[in-house]
Design a protein. Sequence first.
Length: 117
Amino acid sequence: MLYILGCYLPDNQRLNKALVSIYGINKITASRISSKIGASYRANVEDLSPNQISKLSNFINDNLIIESGLERVQALSIKRLLLVNCYRGIRHNRRLPLRGQRTRTNSKTIKRVRRRY
């Protein structure tokens, strides 16, 4: 298991799939990262050279916000919306859907999940 920036990447998975397991990296970003460091899209994590591993960690550290940093940024933006008391902040506060979805029948998930901001 490769340990990069607070995350374990399984050795037997392809690099793109292993990078998606990091919170904040999606499929497109993972494929861009693998092309930037010069790794094949079919390469497994265990096939990476030490040079590629250092390039990978440096690239992610310099260009992306991942894991707890991303969660902190999202929480701060939600707190800003609550403080400004805009429409989206009010919807966050009432735990209702934010982006125009109907609430008569289809907002069961957002109403059920009770997370404080």
